[in-house]
Structures are given as structure tokens and as C-alpha cells.
Design a protein around this ligand. Structure first.
Ligand code: HEC
Ligand code: HEC
Ligand code: HEC
Ligand code: HEC
Ligand code: HEC
Ligand code: HEC
Length: 502
């Protein structure tokens, strides 16, 4: 009966055969299912089909030669095949012919399936679904904000991996570590940011946005609502000096001057978050001249400077939230009201929402939802009983608007929100540009990194609709603070008040 050589009959080999065949059959079955029901299956299926089961398949396949070899050695010790150093292959023996046949067929099948499998595994692990939803709870903050960003159609890997084999392998290795962290529940909460291992932005962002391309200045309009009884609207339109006044001047001036190929800006950050800067160095690569700006408000010694992180400025030192912008309650409320999702004619609604969102923290989105509903209901019931009785729909709409905006921007379970994931474009709620542009960094020649209000933008229109102050595009207005703060905005960094307005 025994057609195969004796050394094949070992428990190790047989378990290998069983393990490999069972894994293989399940893989085939799963592929079949996901072909028949492409939409109905969960993303976990891919994890099993292309990663977990193939590992068992390979273990099974490895067990076969290991078992055979061990059995052969054992038999040899028992003097069954004493005279031989290696197993003898004799194709005239039907048993041996069979094993060579199985071996060749098996190898061919493995090579074929490995090729197909690694192709599928590659696509699967590069997909947004894999990156964004597999470890659902962990990635949900980044995945949700990503879908609200201008980059919602740019794959995660375009920024996080980029092209080239080196970074591909690096990312898979760090990915392996991350999968392990998720499986063992040892990932950090919140996920550490900034990402120190991120590929230099110039290599990824510039695949799509090369510096020569963004010359035009851009007109941006902002709409705010004050937290007074009438939710007074306040609009500001300003011309952002992204590039110089004329395209032909290239990157000679304007905001994107920092990424001019002839300019190198380096900085030393005083902390992990990079929100406090200790020293700035500007090298003119054309002339070789170096300017070192030191902070005159907080003096750091050279020894202190040497121990801190030194970094060359690139895109993400300003655009650090291009795809995961966690908006503060002030901002997401204003946007929701501007979009009509929260009714403007409900008195005190902004004030009440700000009170709820800034003065409480919630362990889960559900508890936030319940609290928002009960606080709003109580407030209008006691303060505006006539509105509560006649316009309940208005209050419901406000509640739902605030709940939805909350869910899209605050992720209590991962502790991810505006105050942990700072956005450095601007200077209102984080120091952003004012980390350097604060008039206190001075170089050897006494020049400062300026915080002149017209350096980066010019205000064209501002005020309450109907009573707007306007100018034409050739001149600009002096900033008028929406509420009277006695001119304090001229002396204080905006963030001193705006970090904690409520
Ligand atoms: C337009 C480029 C871009 C895309 C697309 C993108 N990211 Fe990011 N992501 C970034 C940058 C830049 C940072 C780091 C910011 C920093 O270091 O301050 C980041 C940070 C992260 C972090 C670290 C935590 C944090 O918020 O800083 C996670 C996790 C993350 N991204 C996941 C994803 C996932 C998942 C996707 C796809 C669904 C994705 N990213 C798509 C640019 C991108
Ligand atoms: C695969 C292409 C691609 C990559 C890579 C990419 N972007 Fe974009 N980016 C886009 C597209 C498409 C848009 C939307 C259209 C537009 O505004 O030009 C956009 C828009 C933007 C905007 C305007 C955002 C807005 O809200 O209007 C900024 C800023 C930006 N990208 C920065 C970055 C930064 C920083 C990186 C690198 C971390 C990056 N992009 C990587 C394709 C890309
Ligand atoms: C790491 C420090 C640093 C940060 C952060 C920074 N800058 Fe600068 N910026 C500089 C330095 C240094 C100069 C050159 C100062 C000079 O020559 O007067 C400069 C110059 C400028 C200029 C004038 C360029 C020209 O010559 O026309 C503009 C505009 C500007 N920055 C805008 C911004 C904006 C907007 C931000 C925030 C999104 C920002 N900067 C953040 C360091 C910084
Ligand atoms: C000094 C800070 C700073 C740096 C460095 C910087 N940007 Fe910007 N960028 C801005 C600001 C400010 C705007 C104006 C729009 C806004 O407020 O979002 C802008 C606008 C943009 C826009 C959208 C508008 C347009 O003109 O197309 C893109 C895309 C962009 N930047 C990409 C990049 C890329 C890619 C890099 C790196 C090569 C980079 N930026 C480096 C501050 C910066
Ligand atoms: C170094 C560049 C720079 C300087 C100096 C600067 N700003 Fe800005 N400002 C910005 C950028 C960048 C934004 C963000 C634009 C955006 O959100 O797209 C901004 C936004 C604003 C806004 C809108 C607020 C918001 O974030 O919604 C106001 C108002 C404003 N600046 C006023 C001022 C005033 C007043 C001064 C002078 C004290 C000043 N800025 C100096 C770069 C600068
Ligand atoms: C002394 C504290 C203080 C300083 C400094 C300050 N603000 Fe304000 N700001 C306020 C208060 C208070 C409000 C009213 C908030 C409300 O009614 O919702 C406000 C509201 C605003 C608003 C209306 C929208 C909103 O966010 O509610 C803008 C825009 C604004 N400030 C810009 C600035 C800028 C730009 C600077 C820095 C150049 C600055 N502020 C500095 C206290 C300050």
C-alpha cells in the first residue's frame, strides 16, 4: 500500500500536509466568497486571505521537508538506511516517482500562488481600507478627518510611504510593529504626533505639488459667529500672499519662499510637539550667507540648543494637518452654522454650545451626544420657554448639528482633538507662524522675523454683513478685532486668549 518513501511517514510531515492543505482550501474558499460578494464582506477577510492564512500555509509547507528529513535521520540512526548520507532518489521506484512528481507540482503551484498572493497582499496592504479601517478604533480619527480633507481621494500611502522600494520595506516593517501593537493593545493613546519617522515631505508632497506650481495669491474668506445672543456674524476676506505679486518672480517672496530651492531654513524645537522654537537659521544657498535668529524673549544657552531637535523646515512645518485637521469647537461650530446645519436664528446657540464643548470632556461619543442633548434641552426649557414650546424643531436641529460636528472632529476614545493635534497654518488657536514670526527672534544684524500684519496677508473686507469695511485689492485694511479688547491684539499673541476663550 505504501506508495511513498518511508521517510515521508512522520507525524510532523503529515501535520504539515494537513495544515497546508486546509489553509489552502480555506484561502480558495475565501477568494471565491469575496469574488461572488465583492461588497458584502468585511475588511477582515483580506487580512485572513492574504496575510494570516498564507502564514499557516507556509508553516505547513515547511513542516513537510522538516518532518521528512527528521524521519530520514531517525531511520538512519536505527540503521534502516545506514549506508546512505542523503535519501536516494530512484525514479524507477513508483513511490519515489510519486514524491518527485508531487514535489515538482507542489513547487510550481506554490510559485504561482506566491506570485498571485503577494500581488494581492501588496494591493491589499496599500489600500485605504486596510490603512484606515482595519484597526478601526485606532485609526478612526485620522480616517474620518481624512475623508473631510482636500486629500480625500489621495491614498494614505502616497503621503505615508511614497515611491521606491526602500520606503516600501521600511513602512511594512513599521506596519508589522503597529499591527502587533494593536493586537496586543499596546498602542499609544493618542497616537504620537508629530510623526518623527514620516518620509521627508518634499519627497511625497512634491509628487503632486511642486514649488514652481503654486505662485498665485489666493483670496480667502472666513466667516465667524460671535458668542452673543444674536450669534452675530463677522466676516473677513483676505488676500493670502502665498507667492509674490507676479508669477514671473517665482518663489522670490511670499509664503512659499521658505521652500524656494535657494533657501534653507533650519530650526531647533524646544519640545517634542515642535510648538516652541528655540533658534532659527536661514541659509541663502546661492550666496552661502547664514543668518542665525535667537529668541530674545526666552534665552537658550548653546548647550541647551545642542541637546534639542534640529530640523530642516519643509512643507509639514506649516501644513502639518493637510489631511487630518482636527478642528476646534469654535471652528467646527462656525462652519456648521455657515453651512446651515445649525440654525442662526436660535438665540444663544453658539454661547451654549461653546460652554458645553469647552468646559466638559466626555469618555465616549455616546456620552457626549447624551450630554449635548440634555444640556441644550434644559437650557432652552428654562431660559427660552416660549421657543422651547413653539420651535422645538429648531432646537433639535441645533442639537443634531453640534453632535455631528463633534463626531467628525473630536475622538475621545483615542484622545485626538484640536488641542492635541495642533494645526500650524495660521496663528489664532496655535502659535503656528508666530512660533517664529513674533518679532522676538533677532539675527546678528538686528533683523527680526517679522509679525507685521501685512507680511503674509492683506485684509480686503471685514465686519458685520451690511456694515462691512472694504477696500480694493491694491490696498489693505488695518485689522479690527471683532470684539473690543482694547487693542490687545497688537501686543499679545492671539493664542494667549484664543487657546482658552471659554
Ligand atoms: C496629504 C497627505 C496625507 C494623506 C493622504 C494621509 N496622511 Fe496621514 N498624515 C499626514 C501628515 C503630514 C501627518 C503627520 C503630521 C505631523 O507629523 O505633524 C500624518 C499623520 C498621520 C497619523 C499620526 C497621527 C496624527 O494625526 O498625526 C496617522 C495615524 C495617519 N496619518 C494615518 C493616515 C491614514 C490611515 C490615511 C489614509 C486614510 C492617511 N493618514 C492619509 C499626511 C497624510
Ligand atoms: C497624490 C497627489 C497628492 C499628494 C501626494 C499630496 N497632495 Fe495636496 N492636494 C492634492 C489634490 C488633488 C488637492 C486638491 C486640489 C487642489 O487644491 O489643488 C490637494 C490640495 C492640497 C492643499 C490645499 C488644501 C485645501 O484645503 O484647499 C494643500 C495645502 C496641500 N494639498 C498640501 C499637501 C501636502 C503638505 C502634502 C504632503 C504631505 C500633499 N499635499 C500631498 C494632491 C496631492
Ligand atoms: C521655523 C521658523 C518659521 C516659521 C514657523 C515660519 N516662518 Fe516665515 N520666515 C522665517 C524666516 C527665517 C524668514 C526670513 C526673515 C527675513 O528675511 O526677514 C521668513 C519669512 C517669511 C515671509 C517673507 C518672505 C519674503 O521675503 O517675502 C513670509 C511671507 C513668511 N515668512 C510667511 C510665513 C507663514 C505664513 C508662516 C506660517 C504658516 C511662516 N512664515 C512660518 C521663518 C519661519
Ligand atoms: C511657511 C509655511 C509654509 C510652507 C513651508 C509651505 N506652505 Fe503651502 N501654504 C502655506 C499657507 C499659509 C498657504 C495659504 C493657504 C492656507 O492658508 O491654507 C499655503 C498654500 C498651499 C497650497 C494651496 C494653495 C495653492 O497656491 O495652490 C498648497 C497646495 C501648498 N501650500 C503646498 C505646499 C507644499 C507642497 C509645500 C512644501 C514643498 C508647502 N506648501 C510649504 C504655508 C506654507
Ligand atoms: C507670518 C505670517 C503671518 C503674519 C505675520 C500674520 N498672519 Fe494672520 N494669518 C496667517 C495665516 C497663514 C493665516 C491662516 C489662513 C488660513 O486659515 O487659511 C492667518 C489668519 C489670520 C486671520 C484669520 C483668523 C483665522 O485663523 O481664522 C486673521 C484675522 C489674521 N490672520 C490677522 C492677523 C493680524 C491682525 C496680524 C498682525 C498682528 C497677522 N494676522 C499677522 C499668517 C500671518
Ligand atoms: C485679549 C484676548 C484676545 C486677544 C489677544 C485676541 N483675541 Fe480675538 N477674540 C477674543 C474674544 C474674547 C473674542 C470673542 C469670542 C466670541 O464672541 O465668540 C475674540 C474673537 C475673535 C474672532 C472672531 C471669531 C472667533 O474665533 O470667535 C477673530 C477672527 C479673532 N478674535 C481674531 C484675533 C486675532 C487675529 C488675534 C491676534 C492678532 C486676536 N483675535 C487676539 C479675545 C482675544
Amino acid at each position: 500500500m505504501k506508495k511513498l518513501p518511508k521517510s515521508f511517514y512522520s507525524w510532523t510531515t503529515i501535520s504539515g500536509v494537513v495544515l497546508a492543505s486546509v489553509s489552502f482550501l480555506i484561502i480558495l474558499f475565501l477568494i471565491l466568497i469575496s469574488t461572488i460578494f465583492p461588497r458584502g464582506v468585511s475588511q477582515y477577510l483580506g487580512l485572513f486571505t492574504y496575510i494570516i492564512l498564507p502564514v499557516f500555509l507556509i508553516i505547513g509547507l515547511l513542516l513537510i521537508p522538516i518532518g521528512t528529513w527528521r524521519k530520514f535521520k531517525r531511520d538512519k540512526k536505527r540503521q534502516v538506511q545506514r549506508e546512505l548520507k542523503f535519501p536516494k532518489v530512484d525514479l524507477n521506484d513508483p513511490g519515489q516517482r510519486m514524491i518527485v512528481f508531487i514535489f515538482l507540482l507542489g513547487s510550481a503551484a506554490i510559485v504561482l500562488f506566491t506570485a498571485l498572493g503577494s500581488y494581492e497582499a501588496f494591493h491589499y496592504t496599500e489600500s485605504n481600507k486596510f490603512c484606515g479601517t482595519l484597526c478601526h478604533k485606532v485609526m478612526s480619527p485620522e480616517y474620518t478627518t481624512y475623508h473631510q480633507s482636500a486629500h480625500a481621494k489621495v491614498a494614505c500611502v502616497e503621503c505615508h510611504v511614497g515611491s521606491g522600494a526602500g520606503w516600501y520595506i521600511k513602512s511594512k516593517l513599521s506596519g508589522l510593529h503597529q499591527v502587533y501593537a494593536v493586537l496586543t493593545n499596546t498602542y499609544p493613546i493618542p497616537i504620537a504626533t508629530p510623526v518623527y519617522s514620516l518620509r521627508p515631505a518634499r519627497e511625497t508632497c512634491e509628487e503632486c505639488h511642486w514649488p514652481e506650481k503654486f505662485y498665485n495669491r489666493e483670496l480667502i474668506s472666513k466667516r465667524y459667529y460671535l458668542s452673543d445672543e444674536k450669534n452675530t456674524e463677522w466676516d473677513i476676506t483676505m488676500l493670502m500672499k502665498t507667492g509674490p505679486a507676479h508669477k514671473a518672480l517665482g518663489l522670490m517672496s511670499g509664503i512659499h519662499w521658505h521652500v524656494n530651492p535657494e533657501v534653507k531654513i533650519e530650526y531647533v524645537s524646544a519640545n517634542f510637539k515642535r510648538d516652541t522654537i528655540a533658534l532659527v537659521k536661514y541659509t541663502n544657498l546661492k550666496t552661502g550667507k547664514v543668518f542665525t535668529y535667537r529668541d530674545t524673549a526666552n534665552v537658550y544657552t548653546n548647550t541647551q540648543i545642542d541637546t534639542l531637535e534640529h530640523r530642516v523646515m519643509d512643507c509639514i512645518d506649516c501644513h502639518n494637518r493637510p489631511s487630518h485637521d482636527f478642528k476646534s469647537p469654535i471652528r467646527f461650530f462656525d462652519e456648521a452654522m455657515s453651512a446651515g446645519k445649525i440654525p442662526k436664528n436660535l438665540p444663544d446657540v453658539k454661547m451654549e454650545a461653546m460652554d458645553i464643548l469647552y468646559n466638559n470632556s466626555f469618555p465616549t461619543p455616546d456620552s457626549a451626544n447624551r450630554f449635548i442633548r440634555s444640556k441644550f434641552t434644559d437650557y432652552y426649557q428654562s431660559m427660552y420657554p416660549e421657543i422651547y414650546d413653539s420651535s422645538k424643531a429648531l432646537i433639535d436641529k441645533a442639537i443634531e448639528g453640534v453632535q455631528t460636528a463633534y463626531k467628525q472632529n473630536i475622538f475621545p476614545e483615542m484622545k485626538a482633538q484640536w488641542s492635541s493635534h495642533l494645526n500650524y497654518v495660521g496663528h489664532l488657536e496655535t502659535n503656528g507662524c508666530f512660533r517664529c514670526h513674533n518679532n522676538s527672534f533677532v539675527d546678528e544684524e538686528g533683523d527680526v522675523i517679522s509679525r507685521d500684519c501685512n507680511l503674509c496677508h492683506e485684509i480686503i473686507r471685514q465686519g458685520i454683513p451690511g456694515k462691512m469695511e472694504t477696500t480694493n485689492i491694491k490696498s489693505s485694511l488695518e485689522f479690527k478685532h471683532p470684539v473690543d479688547i482694547g487693542g490687545e491684539w497688537k501686543n499679545l499673541a492671539c493664542v494667549t486668549c484664543h487657546k482658552n476663550l471659554f
